[in-house]
Design a protein around this ligand. Structure first.
Ligand code: AN7
Length: 371
């Protein structure tokens, strides 16, 4: 059967009915890629898989939550949506609003949004409002505006967002046959770690001990991805925007990973619950560590994610080096967004193209030098 998006696939586990008008771009169903070269380079025997969310329709995991939020907004009769964003939420909101034929207003921090994301919000026809403030200022403003204007708020404080985002965990359990030992991801506004945890929690079979038939012919959940456990959750932040490490909100967050330049995360309690209940922890990574992790994935695995997305892997490298990860473990790392979102940062850290005459000799010499 043709794959037609995560609402159709997981309809029995999402708050939709047969008459809900589904707004979808075929999101979800992203590849789970095993890292082949980096474990050896890092000197570890752990098994690592990246869930490449950059391959969603607008290039980030935000599409999972946005298909649900926009579907429910349309079902409720909304004619316009609004969000604050560091970039990816605005790109997803703009695209799904265009698909639904409704209006879209996005508030973005002036000058602190990656070029690809700005291009998306503009191209899909949303009203792009640059504010002279950061994401946290925008978040406060959209909450105020949506409370007394006819615009539906689609940031992750909208509970339908997490409903959509939880489906990533269903896909991982289906692919691996069970939950991994650890799940590693970047944390900004903290909706995603909360959605992951919700998905894993809903997948744990309450009957495992009673029937012992998991992965066989389970009479309780014959067709559902069932996990026998939940993973240890590890949330990773940029050092300049790490309220979970500080234990309090950060007033002026700063990092090259602009997607997670957030000091006042909305899903504070849910994210702490995920980390505490799972026996996990938070890490912070410097901008240099984030860029190094991004480059490792690009150069040794052929996987190009944006800097914020590499923050999870950056934290994992530190955990492996510190001996915090059990030998032989199976780890899933969510890569939240595509590297093409932020070409400026990629080009700035790469070596420049060679400029030579359009002659066989000059180019041949260059090739010989690099063979
Ligand atoms: C690539 O677009 O908050 O912890 O406004 O774009 O769920 O916030 C983006 C967040 C990680 C953090 N990686 O996820 C927005 C926005 C990428 C992101 C995060 C974001 P949350």
């Amino acid at each position: 059967m043709r794959y037609s998006g995560l609402i159709e696939k997981y309809r029995d586990r999402l708050p939709v009915t047969a008459s809900t008008p589904v707004i979808s771009l075929g999101e979800g169903n992203t590849p789970l890629i095993e890292l082949r070269n980096l474990p050896a380079i890092l000197g570890t025997d752990v098994q690592m898989f990246v869930k490449f969310e950059g391959l969603n329709p607008t290039g980030s995991f935000k599409d999972r939550g946005m298909t649900m939020a926009v579907t429910k907004a349309v079902e409720a009769g909304s004619k316009a949506i609004i969000c604050a964003s560091t970039g990816n939420t605005s790109a997803a909101a703009a695209a799904y609003a265009a698909r639904a034929g409704i209006g879209c207003f996005v508030l973005i921090p002036e000058g602190k949004i990656a070029l690809g994301k700005l291009a998306q919000a503009m191209m899909h026809g949303s009203t792009v409002i640059q504010i002279q403030g950061n994401f946290d200022d925008g978040m406060r403003l959209v909450q105020e505006l949506s409370s007394d204007m006819p615009v539906a708020l689609v940031n992750s404080v909208n509970p339908y967002r997490l409903q959509g985002q939880k489906t990533i965990s269903f896909e991982i359990i289906e692919a691996l046959g069970d939950a991994p030992d650890y799940h590693v991801l970047p944390v900004g506004n903290a909706g995603n770690i909360s959605g992951h945890w919700m998905g894993y929690s809903e997948s744990v079979c309450q009957q495992t001990e009673a029937c012992g038939l998991c992965h066989g012919a389970c009479p309780y959940h014959p067709a559902k991805p069932i996990a026998t456990k939940r993973p240890i959750m590890i949330g990773n932040q940029a050092a300049g925007a790490a309220p979970f490490l500080r234990g309090e909100m950060v007033k002026n967050p700063e990092t090259i990973a602009t997607a997670i330049r957030i000091g006042h995360p909305m899903s504070w309690n849910l994210a702490w619950a995920a980390v505490r209940e799972s026996g996990g922890w938070f890490n912070e990574c410097t901008d240099q560590e984030i860029l190094a992790a991004q480059a490792l994935l690009a150069r040794h695995e052929g996987v190009f994610c944006e800097p914020s997305s590499a923050t999870g892997f950056a934290g994992l490298i530190k955990d492996i080096q510190a001996g915090r990860i059990k030998a032989g473990s199976r780890i899933v790392i969510t890569l939240t967004g595509h590297g093409l979102k932020d070409p400026d940062t990629a080009i700035a850290q790469s070596s420049k193209p060679h400029l030579v005459a359009a002659e066989r000799g000059a180019i041949g010499d260059l090739i010989s030098k690099h063979l």
